[in-house]
Structures are given as structure tokens and as C-alpha cells.
Design a protein around this ligand. Structure first.
Ligand code: LCS
Length: 399
């Protein structure tokens, strides 16, 4: 019989995309992927070591270049994102940096969307210019801005959709068509959706970038990043950016992500269900001025959300009528929700972007990105929705 392509949950559990009788590479035949907690690997002979280093023989040499635990994770992520290969990193920021340095050189240019995680914004505005790389940011939700900003020096378009923290969306397929027309690579930060809800490569992007710290880990216990792609640039991501820059994932973090990955689909469903409830509750609350959530018909790009994403994920942002002061009072009054940055955790997290995750933005950049002083971001967890809403309701009485 023809081999059946496995579904998302099955791939995320078995880390392969077609069924085949299980064979263990592990001498003890462990069922769970072992944590290969080793920095280095033994060679049978000087010739064997030389062959592995020369790439003439497959095998591991040193964990910075690759490790069996990491390799299982990379295979699973490549299948889930529909890419040829994946490379894991010590953080989402390392993954983003790896994509940029693999594609762009000194004297060249990146066109980026104007609403990005604050760390990515700092990399683009502070560090890349020191390396002679210019970054021009545009409101990429209007495709004319992206096309206008691309010139002969441009090598990469970098977008985040949905954007952190405003949930602004960018049409990936149409941005990819523009990038292709100009011979420019497109990278999409897919952290908010994960491959469960959005596949940038299938829409024409060259790279899908993840802060795996978030939903892929899911449990708020590690920091990691992943790049998935199909083109020849992926060899540079692995060989140059990973090996030379050295921000490789630890075997233990890779193992935590493999564990998280197994429940990604059910967690994403529950995050989304809860977030829909929270968004509806907030949008009806008399103290709330506005709610940003792609699954609400009031979201200005709701139609694009339904076309491009298979679900909303768990991030809801809102602004209170009382602005920043009321938001602070509310954040100080939560009892179940945790006042902390990061997102995609099983616990509900609440934070203030303008003074926390996006504190690196200038006032003008905040304004352009639509991140108001009063904006509050919730990463809705997978607790019982009634408990989350009860907590938000009681905290709002103090706002
Ligand atoms: N991309 C997105 C969309 C992010 O939200 C983050 C971190 C990163 C990349 C960087 O990943 P990291 O290196 O931290 O793994 N976002 C955070 C946030 O919203 N709160 O704290 C970190």
C-alpha cells in the first residue's frame, strides 16, 4: 500500500512523517528520545574522525555542530513546517540572527515589518547597523510599502505575523510573491501561530523562524529557537551561523522541546478556545476600550486571519478606557494570571509591552507600531477558562 502522509499530531509525537516500523538508534533501545548530554563523540579511528570532519561519513563529532537529541527535534520541525531541514538554536534571537547573517552581508539591506518583538527590533536597530547592515522598517500590512522599500541592496524581507504585541497581520503569500519578483528572501517569524496554525513555507516564504521558548516548549521552562527552510540558504544557516556563531541548543533543551512538541496540537486548541472566551469577555467589559484578537470580527484583518491561519492562538491584547494607569492597577491585582513576559506558556501571563517586551522602542517607533501606553498583552494559558475570566473580572474591579 502507498505510504500515508501522517497528520500533525502523529508527526509531532513520532517525529517522522510516514509510518515505518520503529527502529531505535539507541543501544539500550530507549522508547523516549534520550538526552545525549555529551559535548563530544568518540571516533573509532583517526581516519573515522577525519572522514566525519570532512563530511565524507555521517556521524557526530561535537555537540556545537550537532547532537542526536537535537537532530530528532530538527527532523520533526522540518516535517511539521513542511521544510527540507530545520536548525535549532539556543534562543529565538539566535535563530533570527542566524537567518539574517546567512542571507545579508555588510552593505546590504533588510526590509522589516514595523511591529516586531522588542528584542528583534533591537537587533535590527542597534546591532545590525554596527555590522554595516541597514534595516528599513515599513508597515508591511500594506504590501505597497514593502515593495517600495525593496531596492538593489535588499536581500531579505523579515516579517512577524501575527505581530507581537498588536496582532497586526501581514499577507504572507502576497509578500512572498513580491520578494520572489525582486529576488529577495522572505523570513516569517511564526512564533505566535506555530506550524499547527500557519505554515509560511507553504505560502512561499523561504524561512519560518520560531522562538521555541514559547508554544513549542509550552511549559515556560527553557529558551530556544528554530529555523526551518528549504533552500540552499539552510546549509549556510547550519554551517556558518550555527557552527561559527555557536549559539547551539543544549541537548536538555532539545529534549524539553521534543516533550513539548508531543502535545502542541492539543495545547494550541485549548489556548485558542480559552483566548476566544477571554477576547469575548474583554470586548464586552465596560472598562475595556479595545481588544486586538484576529478571531474577533472586529479585527481589521479578520478575513486575512481566516484565510492565512487555521486558528488564533492564545495572545489577546487590549486597552482599558483608563489607559496605562488602569492597566497597571489591573496587572497589580491579578491573582491567578502571572505578571511576567514571555508567552505560549500553559499558565496565563500578563504584561505591559510599552514598558516591558517593547521597552526598547522609541516613542515614535511605538506610535508607528500602534503600541499605545495603555496596551496590555495577555498570553492566555490552558487553565479552565472560567478561572482565567474570574481572575480578570476581579482584577478589573480595581482598574
Ligand atoms: N520572536 C517573537 C515573536 C518573540 O515573541 C520573541 C520573544 C522572540 C522572537 C525572541 O525569542 P527568544 O530569544 O526570547 O526565545 N518574545 C518575548 C515576549 O514577548 N516576552 O518575552 C520574550
Amino acid at each position: 500500500m502507498k505510504k500515508r502522509k501522517l497528520g500533525f499530531s502523529t508527526i509531532s509525537i513520532h517525529c517522522k512523517d510516514t509510518a515505518s516500523r520503529h527502529k531505535s538508534d539507541d543501544p539500550a533501545r530507549a522508547h523516549a528520545t534520550p538526552i545525549y548530554q555529551t559535548s563530544t563523540f568518540m571516533f573509532d579511528s583517526a581516519e573515522h574522525g577525519a572522514a566525519v570532519f570532512a563530511g565524507k561519513q555521517e556521524g557526530y563529532s561535537y555537540t556545537r555542530f550537532g547532537n542526536p537529541t537535537q537532530a530528532v527535534l530538527e527532523r520533526a520541525m522540518a516535517h511539521l513546517e513542511g521544510g527540507r531541514s530545520a536548525v535549532t538554536f539556543a534562543s529565538g534571537m539566535a535563530a533570527t540572527t542566524a537567518v539574517v547573517v546567512s542571507v545579508v552581508r555588510s552593505g546590504e539591506k533588510v526590509v522589516a515589518s514595523d511591529t516586531l518583538y522588542g528584542g528583534t527590533h533591537l537587533l535590527f536597530k542597534r546591532t545590525l547597523p554596527k555590522m554595516g547592515i541597514e534595516v528599513v522598517d515599513v508597515d508591511a500590512s500594506d504590501l505597497r510599502n514593502t515593495e517600495r522599500a525593496i531596492d538593489k541592496k535588499t536581500k531579505l524581507v523579515f516579517i512577524e505575523t501575527p505581530a507581537n504585541p498588536t496582532l497586526k497581520l501581514i499577507d504572507i503569500a502576497r509578500t512572498a510573491a513580491i520578494a520572489k519578483k525582486h529576488g529577495v528572501a522572505l523570513a516569517v517569524d511564526n512564533t505566535f501561530c506555530t506550524p499547527y496554525y500557519q505554515n509560511p513555507l507553504a505560502l512561499g516564504a523561504d524561512f519560518a523562524v520560531h522562538s521555541a521558548t514559547k508554544y513549542i516548549s509550552g511549559h515556560g521552562d527553557t529558551v530556544a529557537g528554530i529555523v526551518v527552510g528549504s533552500g540552499s540558504h539552510m546549509d549556510i544557516v547550519r554551517k556558518d551561523a550555527l557552527s561559527d556563531m555557536g549559539a547551539s541548543i543544549s541537548p536538555f533543551s532539545a529534549w524539553l522541546l521534543l516533550r513539548g512538541l508531543k502535545t502542541l496540537s492539543v495545547r494550541m486548541q485549548k489556548h485558542s478556545e480559552n483566548a476566544i472566551e477571554v477576547a469575548k469577555f474583554l470586548s464586552k467589559h465596560p472598562k475595556v476600550k479595545h481588544v486586538w484578537f484576529p478571531w474577533l470580527p472586529s479585527h481589521p484583518q479578520h478575513a486575512l486571519a481566516k484565510r492565512q491561519m487555521r486558528g488564533p492562538g492564545g495572545i489577546v491584547s487590549f486597552e482599558l478606557k483608563g489607559g496605562r494607569k488602569a492597566g497597571a492597577k489591573m496587572m497589580n491585582a491579578v491573582e491567578l494570571c502571572v505578571l511576567a513576559v514571555s508567552l505560549g506558556d500553559v499558565c496565563t501571563l500578563i504584561q505591559h509591552p510599552a514598558s516591558m517586551t517593547h521597552a526598547s522602542y522609541s516613542r515614535e517607533a511605538l506610535r508607528r507600531a500602534g503600541i499605545s501606553e495603555g496596551l496590555v498583552r495577555i498570553s492566555v494559558g490552558i487553565e479552565d477558562a472560567d478561572d482565567i475570566i474570574y481572575d480578570l473580572k476581579q482584577a478589573l474591579t480595581r482598574a
